[in-house]
Ligand binder design. Structure first.
Ligand code: SF4
Length: 249
């Protein structure tokens, strides 16, 4: 582990996964700084800071500050303490952001060490296929997004999402699509066709937006969108963010 590069991190904490296929699993979350997108609904703090917030006692909610950049050795030592104190409690490590693939070259070095402790899950916006290719061999799970224009406020790079998904399926992969009241049938059908074309067995998760701790899409609209997608891509699940309701990070 000598001379491994240090990372610009936002926070390290232990919590329950509140979204997607690993819903309800307790994970170690390592949140990396920076993102290549600027989504309208973004509620994630990913701006680089001089200090990283760390929950030194897993699950306590009490935070201490580590100076950025954080050395890999410090992260590994922390996680070893957690695994010893709470054997079996953690399912995997969530590498999240921001967009963690902005740090792909560093992750290529870090992940083999972290993976000796727990399986690795990548949470990503699914737009950086070249970066994913660098680290795919070190990943157990990929939770990727397809960003629809009605929700992100940006145009969708469909080709990047397709290229990304083709690589991501080398790990256990799921595709999350956030939907709002303004989501159109056409854009959601484009997403469903893309997933069906590239990987018919990959679950597509429709996640209604959450506003003020409430699901921001009516049930009739949710069911209509579920039916629309199912006709094209039968592997579809509707799962809202649950950590919001549990009051955890
Ligand atoms: S990709 Fe995620 S972290 Fe980046 S701006 Fe969009 S919602 Fe925020």
């Amino acid at each position: 582990m000598l001379h491994t590069p240090s990372a610009d991190l936002i926070e390290i904490f232990s919590s329950l996964q509140g979204e997607g296929e690993l819903l309800g699993r307790r994970q170690v979350f390592i949140r990396f700084a920076g993102c290549n997108l600027d989504c309208d609904y973004c509620d994630t703090s990913f701006i680089s800071r001089s200090l990283c917030l760390v929950e030194e006692d897993s699950g306590s909610g009490a935070l201490v500050e580590y100076e950025n950049p954080v050395p890999l050795e410090r992260v590994v030592d922390l996680l070893k303490l957690w695994l010893k104190a709470y054997p079996g409690a953690h399912h995997s490590i969530s590498i999240t952001g921001g967009e963690p693939l902005l740090h792909a070259e560093l992750l290529e070095i870090w992940l083999p060490h972290l993976r000796q402790l727990l399986p690795i899950s990548l949470e990503t916006n699914g737009t950086l296929p070249v970066a994913l290719r660098l680290i795919i061999d070190h990943l157990d799970y990929v939770a990727t997004d397809i960003k629809l224009p009605s929700v992100s406020g940006q145009s969708t790079d469909w080709q990047a999402h397709a290229d990304f998904l083709a690589i991501a399926t080398q790990a256990q992969c799921s595709v999350k699509v956030i939907i709002g009241e303004n989501t159109t049938d056409d854009e959601l059908l484009d997403a469903a066709r893309l997933v069906q074309d590239v990987s018919p067995s990959t679950p597509m998760i429709l996640q209604p937006v959450t506003r003020n701790n409430r699901v921001g899409v009516s049930v009739p609209r949710l069911l209509a969108l579920q039916a629309l997608v199912s006709a094209v891509h039968p592997e579809v699940l509707v799962i809202p963010q649950t950590h919001v309701f549990l009051g955890v990070k």
